[in-house]
Design a protein. Structure first.
Length: 303
């Protein structure tokens, strides 16, 4: 067998700072990152995403073949977060000593970010209201996790459906962070996280934001660029340095202004959809010892 298995996972949620967390953690000399941020091995245990058997474990190990004596080997796959009990059970069975980090974000803001990210990928979304309509239809008919359907953004924000499962399964080996804090006071968040991992928190880190959404002027050009990137990644045609130069050239040519701002009626509509789930999530967090909650969760503790 080549490579080691990770003993640290950043499991999501999507659009809640996991790219930044991975970049920050892997700067530490006692942390080795996987050869790509999102390995996705445990997605094969999610029956709503895959139906065949998972790849051999050596395939997973290969992503850490370059790791040597670092205390932690880490990968960050946001889609693990909402994989439910099958994904959690597979992680528990495969990585019995793993520590897990999950980052939560105001689900309404997360949904807006998911909408703008789909536009960055070239998936045409006329308005946020129309996107929310499509997500609600998917949620009602039970097909809200269709691969590459682009309309499962609403589904992911129902944290009460899966966050309590992580809390119960991992206990003290789980650290729940909040994207609000990571954006507003990254030094304090990372210092707390490194101390939780029993690592030196005095190591200097570049805490600039990673994976910022870029808004395309043309979604057609964005769709073409993303197709080229996927093909290049699949066939190994684009070395890392070439990918970076091509991306910078693409952004110079196609980066534009953000789409329309979220309207107040759309905000109230999304908040109403998430209210009950957010209240349940807040109560679950408090029952597991989390008392410093962001404003969007604090309201739920009084419900």
């Amino acid at each position: 067998m080549s490579g080691r298995l990770p003993n640290l996972l950043v499991v999501g949620v999507p659009k809640a700072g996991t790219g930044s967390l991975f970049a920050y953690l892997t700067q530490h000399p006692d942390v080795c990152g996987s050869d790509e941020k999102e390995v996705g091995y445990f997605n094969f245990f999610n029956p709503r995403r895959h139906t065949g058997p998972p790849p051999p474990l050596d395939v997973y190990r290969a992503h850490f073949a370059h790791c040597r004596g670092q205390r932690y080997a880490v990968e960050a796959t946001p889609t693990y977060s909402y994989g439910g009990q099958p994904v959690i059970d597979a992680i528990r069975a495969t990585l019995p000593s793993v520590k897990v980090v999950i980052s939560l974000r105001d689900p309404v803001q997360r949904l807006w970010s998911a909408y703008t990210f789909q536009r960055e990928l070239g998936n045409e979304q006329r308005t946020f209201s129309a996107y929310l309509d499509a997500c609600e239809r998917r949620n009602r008919d039970g097909s809200d996790l269709v691969p590459r359907d682009h309309h499962h953004g609403l589904y992911i924000g129902y944290y009460a459906d899966y966050v309590p499962l992580w809390l119960d399964a991992f206990g003290a080996d789980l650290n729940v962070l909040f994207a609000d804090d990571l954006a507003g006071r990254p030094e304090a968040v990372m210092s707390d996280l490194l101390r939780w991992l029993e690592l030196d928190d005095s190591v200097p880190l570049d805490l600039s934001v990673r994976n910022r959404t870029h808004h395309p002027r043309s979604t057609g050009a964005a769709r073409l660029a993303y197709s080229v990137k996927r093909a290049g990644d699949r066939w190994g045609l684009l070395p890392r340095g070439v990918r970076g130069r091509l991306r910078r050239a693409y952004l110079r040519a196609n980066e534009g202004d953000p789409p329309e701002a979220m309207t107040e009626p759309d905000r109230r509509r999304a908040e109403a959809l998430y209210r009950e789930s957010t209240e349940r999530t807040a109560r679950a967090l408090v029952s597991h010892g989390y008392t410093r909650l962001p404003d969007w969760l604090r309201a739920g503790t009084a419900a």
